[in-house]
Design a protein around this ligand. Structure first.
Ligand SMILES: [Zn+2]
Ligand SMILES: [Zn+2]
Length: 224
C-alpha cells in the first residue's frame, strides 16, 4: 500500500502525493455509508482508483477541487469518466480551469480540455460526503477562487495550496495576490489549534503547530 491512511471520527482519509511535483490527492470516505469524494484529482488516475478500492472500498460520489492549477486537475477529466461523479469548484477558478491544456503545456503535462464543472461553490456552502458534513471556505490569494474544506466534527481542514507545514502557497503565478493570501491565512488560523491540516503539498500539520512555527502566519498577523 503506497498511500497513507488516517481514520478520524467516522472519516476515512487516504492520501498520496502524485504527479511530477508531488501534489496530494485525498480520498475522503464516510465510514458509516461507504460514500466517498476525491479532493483534487491531481494525476495518476490508476493510483486514485486504487485508493478508492482499498478496503473498505468507497463509492466516489463527488470530485471536489480546492483550485484549478494543473497539478491539481491533471487527472480530473479521467476521474469524471471513471467515477461518473459531479465536479465542484469555485467559479473564480474558471479562467485557470479553462486554461488547463495551456497550463499543461507550460509544465510539460499533457492535459485534455476539462469537462465543464457540475456545481459551483460559494463561501460557506455545505459539503456532504455520506453522513459527513463540511464547509467551503473561500480562501483566495494563491488563486482567485481557491477554497479550503473544513470538517468541524472531525477537526480536519483540507487546505489546498493556502497553507503548508511551515509555508504557504506561492502568489507569483497568474491570479495570485500576496496581501490576499495573508488575509485568507488569518481566517483559517481562527480554527481550533488541534485541527488537522491536510495540504496540497507536503506533510500533515495542525493549526496550533502552524500558529507557533509558520513565519507567514506571524507576518500576516503583524500586517493585519
Ligand atoms: Zn496551486
Ligand atoms: Zn499545488
Amino acid at each position: 500500500m503506497s498511500f497513507q491512511t488516517i481514520d478520524r471520527h467516522g472519516m476515512l482519509i487516504r492520501a498520496q502525493a502524485l504527479g511530477k511535483i508531488a501534489t496530494n490527492s485525498y480520498i475522503v470516505g464516510c465510514e458509516a455509508t461507504g460514500q466517498g469524494a476525491v479532493i483534487d484529482s491531481c494525476a495518476q488516475i490508476d493510483a486514485i482508483e486504487a485508493m478508492t478500492k482499498a478496503k473498505p472500498a468507497l463509492t466516489v460520489s463527488s470530485l471536489l477541487q480546492t483550485h484549478a492549477h494543473i497539478d491539481h486537475v491533471a487527472a480530473l477529466a479521467q476521474a469524471r469518466t471513471l467515477f461518473d461523479a459531479p465536479i465542484y469548484i469555485h467559479p473564480d477558478e474558471m479562467p485557470l480551469y479553462e486554461a488547463a491544456p495551456l497550463q499543461g503545456q507550460m509544465f510539460g503535462i499533457h492535459t485534455p480540455p476539462l469537462p465543464p464543472p457540475d456545481k459551483f461553490w460559494s463561501d460557506g456552502d455545505e459539503v456532504t460526503i455520506g453522513q459527513l458534513t463540511g464547509q467551503v471556505m473561500l480562501t483566495p490569494g494563491h488563486t482567485p477562487g481557491h477554497v479550503c474544506l473544513y470538517f468541524e466534527a472531525q477537526k480536519v481542514l483540507f487546505s489546498g495550496d493556502l497553507l503548508f507545514a511551515g509555508s504557504i502557497g506561492r502568489t507569483d503565478l497568474p491570479g495570485g495576490h500576496a496581501p490576499t493570501i495573508l488575509k485568507s491565512l488569518l481566517r483559517v488560523v481562527e480554527l481550533p489549534d488541534d485541527t488537522l491540516v491536510l495540504s496540497g503539498h507536503g506533510p500533515a500539520t495542525t493549526i496550533g503547530r502552524e500558529k507557533t512555527h509558520n513565519p507567514f502566519i506571524r507576518m500576516a498577523r503583524e500586517r493585519a
